[in-house]
Design a protein around this ligand. Structure first.
Ligand SMILES: Cc1cc2nc3c(=O)[nH]c(=O)nc-3n(C[C@H](O)[C@H](O)[C@H](O)COP(=O)(O)OP(=O)(O)OC[C@H]3O[C@@H](n4cnc5c(N)ncnc54)[C@H](O)[C@@H]3O)c2cc1C
Length: 383
């Protein structure tokens, strides 16, 4: 038996790759999972800081939330979730406001005490007045759409600078499509994921989910292995599920697919946030969010109660070839380039399927990644 003998090779031990591997293995296929990182779980990887017991989300806060019963039923076979419900405050002009914008956000910003109906009429009137004054009829970009939905004051306070920091460009250069509907709730409900039927944080950390999924006698795992260094040793029959970046696979020969990146600065401090996430809406604060991870551990009150916190500040960063890819820059040009890479991939690797958020060049929440992986595995098994 060769070192890399298997029916399927899954490149990438993130939640997508782990789900496909688990399903294929469950159907009796021999699967090898590789990842070039030295840890499992891809971007949902978390580890426990030994001194404090705090679970650190290495690639930024991850909150599991889903409306899909199929996904919840699947993932809870491998882990129990705690009862954490996500809420976020955002800082503007030295004050904290609930986010997404709700009745309390509006009343705090305007110094009013409006009820739901009154506030809805008020925001509508502000938006209409500002759109008229600025001559916005058909919103052509994010800024025009934002103002025409919520008015200039709410837009300037909470949407403009945060978005511009994140994408490192003027909101006038961003698509109006990003804001599909009014980003306001006329209620006091401050749950971030208001439609999620299920949400929480895995009790033993995210990495444990993937460890449990891959703990199967039909699955082999090799960490610290890059596809490019082992591909020549693979037999031609092996089918490959590739969860990496397709432009990198082809050494960027058609060009670089654009992404936004992030940088996290972590510190142990007694000056914590008092909650899991605070957004920073203003331009003069260079980071977009701060995370205080202990607040996710609602099932471990002793971890939350200790004085010390591990706080990470999230700085948006430009993406460079070979760097960490976080958010795809979705536009006509990037979609066209991605399409050309897909064609190249079909020609050069007929046994390869691109998957996961990197391979699909898409932002997917975890539940969407799992749903897509379940579908792919089902198709492969019934092939
Ligand atoms: C900042 C941020 C916060 C997020 N927060 C949430 C949240 O709160 N809730 C939520 O549901 N979702 C969240 N997400 C989305 C979540 O991170 C993704 O859904 C998930 O990581 C997708 O998993 P994946 O397996 O597709 O990709 P990844 O986790 O990126 O896994 C791909 C793996 O492939 C490996 N790989 C790539 N190329 C190669 C190669 N050539 N050889 C070997 N290995 C390779 C990589 O090392 C990586 O480990 C967030 C995303 C970001 C960017």
């Amino acid at each position: 038996m060769g070192e890399f003998e298997c029916d399927y090779l899954v490149v990438g031990a993130g939640i997508f790759g782990a789900t496909v591997a688990e399903r294929l293995a469950n159907a009796g296929k021999k699967v090898l999972v590789i990842d070039r990182r030295d840890h499992l779980a891809g971007n949902i990887y978390s580890y426990t800081d030994e001194a404090t017991g705090i679970e650190v989300h290495k690639y930024g806060s991850h909150i599991f939330h889903t409306e899909m019963e199929e996904v919840w039923g699947y993932i809870t076979q491998f882990i129990d979730f705690n009862d954490y419900i996500h809420t976020v405050n955002t800082r503007h002009d030295g004050k904290l406001y609930p986010m997404p914008i709700n009745l309390d956000t509006i009343n705090l910003l305007y110094g009013t005490d409006m009820g739901a109906k009154e506030a809805e009429k008020f925001v509508e009137a502000e938006a209409r007045k500002d759109a008229e004054r600025l001559g916005i009829t058909e919103p052509k970009n994010f800024e025009e759409k934002g103002i025409s939905l919520v008015g200039e004051k709410l837009y300037d306070a909470f949407l403009k600078n945060y978005t511009e920091k994140q994408w490192h460009t003027s909101a006038r250069n961003l698509s109006a499509e990003i804001l599909k509907r009014i980003p306001v709730r006329f209620s006091h409900d401050n749950r971030y994921f208001i439609t999620a039927r299920h949400q929480g944080i895995p009790k033993n950390g995210y990495t444990k989910i993937v460890e449990n999924m891959l703990d199967n006698r039909n699955i082999g795992v090799k960490l610290g292995v890059d596809f490019k260094d082992m591909k020549d040793e693979l037999s031609e029959e092996v089918r490959i599920i590739y969860c990496g970046q397709v432009d990198e696979l082809f050494n960027y020969e058609l060009g670089v697919l654009p992404w936004r990146s992030l940088r996290f600065e972590e510190e142990k401090t007694e000056d914590g946030l008092g909650e899991a996430v605070i957004n920073e809406a203003d331009k003069d604060v260079p980071y977009t969010r701060a995370h205080d991870y202990k607040y996710y551990q609602v099932d471990q009150p002793e971890v939350v109660a200790q004085k010390v916190s591990i706080v990470a500040r999230e700085y948006p960063a430009d993406f460079e070839k070979g760097g960490e890819a976080y958010y795809p820059v979705d536009n006509e040009e990037s979609r066209e380039l991605y399409g050309r890479y897909i064609e190249l991939c079909k020609e050069q690797y007929p046994n390869m399927i691109l998957g996961g958020r990197l391979g699909a060049y898409k932002y997917w929440d975890m539940d969407v990644a799992i749903k897509n992986a379940l579908k792919l595995a089902e198709d492969l098994v019934s092939d």
